[in-house]
Write a protein that binds this ligand. Structure first.
Ligand code: SF4
Length: 266
């Protein structure tokens, strides 16, 4: 807008405001911050005009912070701020017994699979990383068998980010308290598919709190439009090797769905 145009518009605005003076009484609440006069005295609109159409645009200094931020960087910043929130979280009683908050690990940008376990165990609590104990090593072997790995295309987290004492299942209220973090993690990393491990994660994510693992495993569900498979937890399979076969069946089904096992591998 050139100087002449701005001048004309400022005059027009001032004129319009003056002509609508009679209507302003009905907008006292909105305008009282600008006008201390009451009733019918002539009002001065100088400040209002200045606020709506400043006489001259303030000079803007070029700074490094005005460089465009890439979408991936914004996503990472948001993820890191969510992670920082979790680090200081005291929303449930598990904060009192944890050593570390175990937030998540792996590929954070559209992973092929997001794995959701139940909660951190002893090693995870000590190291602050999910699935690093025996069950975690076993999980890595499952993933490798269908061309997945936490280093490249898998993101791993749990329903609760703090260790339940004595590795008990997280209580429903603990899962509920922590769900906001999980929900946001899913939105931010945007996985192509979700793999729930064990009953606490499977019942939470399918919204079927009373279902057995046998009833949930091996079927596709959808969470917010994302295909989701449930299967047994690696720790359960280490305790009961008869679960190996159904787990392998479930993994193959997921892998075929994702095109990771071409040619009808079995
Ligand atoms: S388990 Fe989740 S909700 Fe509870 S204190 Fe840890 S981060 Fe917070």
């Amino acid at each position: 807008m050139d100087t002449e145009d701005l001048k004309t518009r400022r005059e027009a605005l001032s004129d319009a405001l003056s002509r609508t003076d009679a209507l302003l009484d009905s907008f006292q609440d909105v305008l009282k911050q600008d006008f201390s006069g009451s009733g019918h005295e002539r009002r001065d609109f100088t400040q209002t005009v200045e606020r709506i159409l400043p006489d001259a645009a303030p000079e803007v200094e070029e700074t490094a912070s005005q460089e465009p931020v890439h979408a991936d960087e914004r996503l990472l910043m948001t993820y890191q701020s969510l992670c920082s929130d979790a680090m200081g979280c005291t929303r449930c009683g598990l904060c009192r017994t944890r050593t570390n908050v175990v937030f998540g690990t792996g590929c954070k940008d559209r992973p092929v699979v997001m794995v959701i376990g139940e909660g951190p165990g002893e090693n995870e609590d000590l190291q602050g990383v999910p699935f690093v104990g025996k069950a975690g090593q076993y999980l890595d072997r499952w993933l490798a068998a269908i061309s997945l790995s936490r280093e490249t295309n898998v993101y791993i987290t749990n329903t609760v980010k703090c260790r339940p004492p004595q590795n008990r299942d997280p209580y429903p209220e603990e899962k509920d308290s922590c769900f906001a973090f999980l929900k946001r993690q899913i939105e931010l990393v945007s996985p192509q598919a979700i793999l729930c491990l064990g009953k606490p994660a499977s019942t939470l994510m399918t919204g079927r709190p009373d279902a057995s693992m046998g009833a949930l495993r091996g079927k596709f569900f959808f969470y917010d439009g994302i295909p989701m498979m449930c299967t047994y937890h690696p720790a359960a399979v280490l305790r009961d090797l008869s679960l190996k076969r159904p787990v392998w069946d479930d993994l193959k089904k997921l892998a075929r769905y994702l095109g990771l096992l071409p040619g009808g591998a079995s």
